[in-house]
Design a protein around this ligand. Structure first.
Ligand SMILES: Cc1cc2nc3c(=O)[nH]c(=O)nc-3n(C[C@H](O)[C@H](O)[C@H](O)COP(=O)(O)OP(=O)(O)OC[C@H]3O[C@@H](n4cnc5c(N)ncnc54)[C@H](O)[C@@H]3O)c2cc1C
Length: 301
């Protein structure tokens, strides 16, 4: 696919640069994801404001990918042909108005949580330890087993087909680890929270973080849960554990021996290794439990 190379020429690069974009050519995607896996992208473009975003979307048309912090993705070893945009600058700002928070799509969840705590608000404690941006979290309705980010959303501002739209929460379908906010750029999210009582929020955050430290292999690059939990009594992690696949290794990729639903990069893993492991897991779980596991991570080619 040469379209990305064709549509972005040097004049357009100059135009995007003049609007404040930082443009990296043939940038290795392994530098932009928590898995530390991925070949080069033709153009990696950091977009700092709405003018630049509109220009970017006008130029790249429908052949682009919007990346958050890359904590829920697996890039191909061959990289990505085309342009990849990442929201920075204005899109990372967070404003507080009493119990409402207006947050840029490129803001980190960790920064949102700091502001929530500082302003004595409550309602997002389950997000602690989830790396990534608010845009990525809303796109995938991130959360814990029973609490999802969509519960606290008022409205979402998006760019779709070069038009800005403000959509109220009631008009957006959210499901477990899924939203219908596809093929668009999430630029702002408005949250409605409650005033916290005492130090309950801090305590909940500490408890949640402690659980993650105990159960997740946070010392090695990974992309969080590889598979969505199926609608069965057992979680994806438990199903994988019962197939005996914990610790299984292909090349430098390994099913974590701490958590069956995590694949870790032991150093130098490639996407092919991870995909091979995903395939093995799917087949074994299907054979043993007759359950089709669905990947939670986005596989980007
Ligand atoms: C150690 C670890 C623990 C994790 N724990 C959890 C957990 O408990 N719960 C959970 O739900 N997830 C978890 N995750 C997964 C991940 O962190 C979340 O899904 C996070 O919300 C993804 O955000 P991101 O910015 O990294 O998105 P990316 O990985 O960059 O992108 C994910 C998807 O969102 C889209 N996207 C990103 N930004 C935008 C935007 N502004 N507009 C439109 N689309 C956008 C991308 O195109 C892509 O399709 C974990 C990951 C790791 C590494």
């Amino acid at each position: 696919m040469e379209e990305g190379r064709r549509i972005i020429n040097y004049n357009l690069i100059r135009r995007l640069s003049s609007l404040g974009c930082k443009i990296l050519r043939n940038e290795l995607l392994l530098k932009h994801c928590s898995f530390k896996i991925g070949g080069p992208v033709d153009f990696f473009i950091e977009i700092p404001n709405e003018y630049a975003l509109l220009e970017f979307l006008g130029i790249v048309s429908d052949k682009y990918y919007i990346l958050g912090k890359g904590t829920n993705v697996l890039f191909s070893d061959e990289g990505y042909k085309g342009a990849m945009g990442c929201l920075t600058g204005d899109f990372r700002k967070i404003y507080v108005l009493k119990d409402q928070i207006l947050c840029g799509g490129g803001a980190l969840i960790s920064n949102l949580l700091k502001i929530v705590l500082k302003n004595n608000l409550t309602g997002l404690e389950y997000l602690v330890g989830i790396p990534g941006t608010v845009g990525g979290a809303v796109r995938g309705n991130a959360g814990s087993k029973d609490e999802w980010i969509s519960a606290s959303i008022n409205s979402v501002e998006i760019y779709k087909n070069l038009k800005k739209q403000l959509i109220s929460k009631e008009k957006i379908k959210f499901r477990y680890r899924e939203s219908e906010l596809r093929d668009c750029v999430i630029t702002k999210v408005s949250f409605s929270l409650k005033k916290a009582m005492g130090n309950d929020s801090s305590k909940k955050i500490c408890r949640n973080m402690q659980k993650r430290l105990e159960k997740q292999p946070l010392n090695m690059p990974n992309a969080g849960s590889v598979f969505k939990n199926p609608s069965s009594d057992l979680s994806a992690g438990e199903l994988i554990e019962y197939t005996g696949l914990k610790g299984k290794r292909i090349g430098c990729a390994q099913i974590s021996d701490l958590h069956g639903n995590f694949i870790v990069n032991r150093g130098g893993a490639i996407a092919k290794d991870v995909l091979y492991l995903i395939d093995i897991v799917k087949k074994r779980v299907k054979k043993k439990f007759n359950i089709n596991l669905e990947t939670e991570i986005k596989i980007i080619k």
